[in-house]
Design a protein around this ligand. Structure first.
Ligand SMILES: [Zn+2]
Ligand SMILES: [Zn+2]
Length: 252
């Protein structure tokens, strides 16, 4: 990273310290909360800081150490009141910048696709999908906030994205069902297509089907015309009461 002129601050696992002379958690606990200790590696200019908050944390950085130390408020369980705890600069910086990555990791773990595969690269592929999905949900939530609308939950968002990817920008498959004889069956209410599909202006063709259904746009219309992509009945009426729900339905 240094070769690429990138600086770094992050937590480091205790087993990767290469025997750096840092006090143990036990020793820090004797000194009390807020106590810190640091060592420097001078060849690559790295600093290691161990700090005792309610637990012990070890951080590494290529540009930051303990200074300047500031104070943070913490609740002390044994004293039952708030106390001031000294905090090294490296922790302050880490907390300020880690938010996004940490949140993404958390969400990715929560919404990880549950699957088992013997092909290791599938895990990478699905991880990339999950990460893009989680990130796009965050972006979506941001625009909801600026629009003042209530965002949908991650689950619904996820299924809508899936629905779009299945249909959006792709021609509808299959032939019109007018070729096969009409079958009487229970009325199934076709759910409205997701917005991105409904208005994508790709391959919404009027199929003339043998069955009749209630128009999804106007309250009184019945129609034998169904959108090949959305799968909903829409009426086109000529004559005295000219009406074109088919076109209207697909316009924003
Ligand atoms: Zn209609
Ligand atoms: Zn359509």
């Amino acid at each position: 990273m240094k070769k690429r002129a990138l600086h770094y601050t992050g937590t480091i696992n205790a087993n990767r310290l290469n025997n750096a002379p840092l006090p143990s958690e036990k020793e820090l606990k004797k000194e009390g909360r807020g106590h810190m200790s640091s060592v420097y590696e001078t060849t690559n200019n790295l600093s290691l800081v161990r700090w005792l908050d309610n637990k012990c944390v070890t951080l590494i950085s290529s540009y930051l150490g303990t200074e300047p130390v500031d104070n943070v408020k913490r609740y002390d369980k044994s004293l039952k009141k708030h106390i001031e705890v000294a905090r090294p600069a490296i922790v302050k910086e880490y907390n300020a910048k880690m938010g996004g990555v940490d949140l993404l990791d958390m969400m990715s773990t929560l919404y990880k696709r549950l699957m088992k595969s013997r092909r290791w690269y599938m895990y990478i592929f699905f991880h990339m999908l999950t990460v893009s999905l989680v990130n796009s949900w965050f972006l979506y939530k941001r625009s909801c906030k600026s629009l003042g609308t209530k965002p949908m939950t991650m689950e619904i968002f996820q299924s809508q994205v899936a629905e779009c990817l299945k249909k959006a920008g792709k021609p509808a498959r299959g032939r019109p069902s007018s070729a096969s004889p009409p079958v009487r069956k229970k009325t199934v209410v076709v759910p409205l297509p997701v917005q991105d599909v409904r208005y994508d202006k790709i391959d919404h063709l009027p199929d003339v089907v043998g069955t009749r259904g209630r128009c999804r746009l106007c309250p009184k219309g019945y129609s034998q015309i169904r959108c090949s992509k959305c799968g909903v009945y829409l009426c086109i009426v000529t004559g005295k009461e000219t009406r074109n729900c088919f076109t209207a339905f697909h316009k924003l």
